[in-house]
Design a binder for this molecule. Structure first.
Ligand code: F0G
Length: 351
């Protein structure tokens, strides 16, 4: 039985036999081939998505959160705090509940997807909304955690990175080697930092013969790394990555440069287009932020010549159910008919 990523990768994680592991059996997510998208776009490579939306709270954050909450508990803390665009708060709330700890989350008012807000509330976190963006919320919680006995569980907490690096371990285990190209969304830039660390550790341990080119994507209205400066008022429909001043900026650039990859950006219209295509051609429903990891492959094809021997992995960081409002707003309205055989039959066959 799979019992979570801490048990699975213990030798590579900062835990001992006495560490009180807090787990919801996260990790072990599938690597799903998206051959219909590959055929549609003329990508000859083996193209997979790592569906991190299938973690217990529906996003990749569970990988880092199980480690961060485990270590906070080990240190004797009784409460955790985070700033969030939504997924971190959902995950922190769930793991704090499992650990019997309190949880406080700071979120940008009106700018987090409904599913994520409902999770933090259902798990019993203290939810505080601020009239400001994620960057400001993060500054506030960092200041509070420095002065008060409450554990900060944003990705500036190094244990988050330790947990999240296991995504790379799993990909290498699943493919029996590292992929050639790794494509993912970049927001606060903790996850690209974590994946690069994971690929590097398994490469150094002899479990992979290579490391992938790291390709990160941001939304055009929230692309500080691409533009090379802080964005004071980031704006995008992909609220998960609506971030203007990423905390792990430097390590994201290091991952990009050491791997020979790049960080690019796509428009909100492109994000929606690829979110719909992935759902409609390969049956994977992702939240808007992750669609940049699909669109990014088409952008990357302008720089690199993919061959049939190449392997590409796009990280689908969060489940589409997180943001039902966006999904409904960009879809065709359901047909309403009378509750009769004739009316339903007419609606199906007369168009
Ligand atoms: N994808 C999703 C679905 C996210 O929720 C996030 C970040 C990212 C990608 C970007 O990851 O920040 O490590 O570069 N969400 C954070 C949150 C900021 O608060 O849930 P990153």
């Amino acid at each position: 039985m799979w019992t979570g990523l801490i048990n699975a990768y213990k030798p590579y994680l900062p835990v001992s036999d006495t560490t009180p592991i807090v787990s919801l059996h996260e990790g072990n997510t599938p690597l799903i081939p998206i051959q219909n998208m590959a055929a549609h776009w003329g990508i000859p490579a083996k193209w997979y998505v790592k569906f991190e939306g299938l973690n217990p709270t529906g996003s990749f954050k569970d990988r880092g959160m199980c480690m961060a909450v485990t270590k906070a508990k080990e240190a004797g803390m009784t409460r955790v705090i985070c700033a969030s665009t939504g997924n971190t708060s959902a995950s922190a709330a769930a793991y704090a509940a499992k650990a019997g700890m309190g949880c406080v989350v700071l979120i940008p008012k009106g700018k987090i997807a409904l599913g994520k807000l409902s999770q933090a509330m259902m798990h019993g976190a203290t939810v505080i909304q601020i009239d400001g963006n994620f960057d400001l919320a993060l500054q506030i919680v960092r200041d509070i955690a420095e002065k008060e006995p409450i554990a900060l569980v944003n990705s500036v907490n190094p244990y988050r990175i330790e947990g999240q690096k296991t995504g790379a371990f799993e990909i290498i285990d699943q493919l029996s080697d590292a992929p050639d190209y790794h494509v993912m969304p970049v927001g606060n830039a903790g996850n690209i930092t974590a994946y690069w660390k994971g690929y590097t550790e398994f490469y150094n341990a002899g479990k992979a013969t290579k490391r992938p080119k790291m390709i990160g994507f941001q939304a055009e209205g929230a692309a500080p790394i691409v533009r090379g400066h802080v964005i004071p008022d980031p704006e995008t429909i992909a609220t998960a990555i609506r971030i203007g001043n990423p905390a792990s900026w430097k390590t994201a650039e290091a991952a990009r440069d050491e791997s020979g990859g790049f960080i690019g950006m796509v428009s909100d219209a492109t994000i929606t287009q690829f979110q719909q295509q992935l759902a409609q051609k390969d049956g994977v429903f992702c939240e808007p932020a992750c669609a940049v990891a699909i669109a990014g492959v088409i952008e990357a094809a302008k720089r690199y010549t993919f061959t049939k021997d190449d392997t590409i992995v796009s990280i689908i960081t969060g489940h589409g159910l997180k943001d039902p409002d966006h999904a409904i707003s960009v879809s065709t309205t359901p047909i309403v008919v009378e509750a009769t055989y004739e009316a339903v039959s007419k609606a199906i066959f007369s168009n």
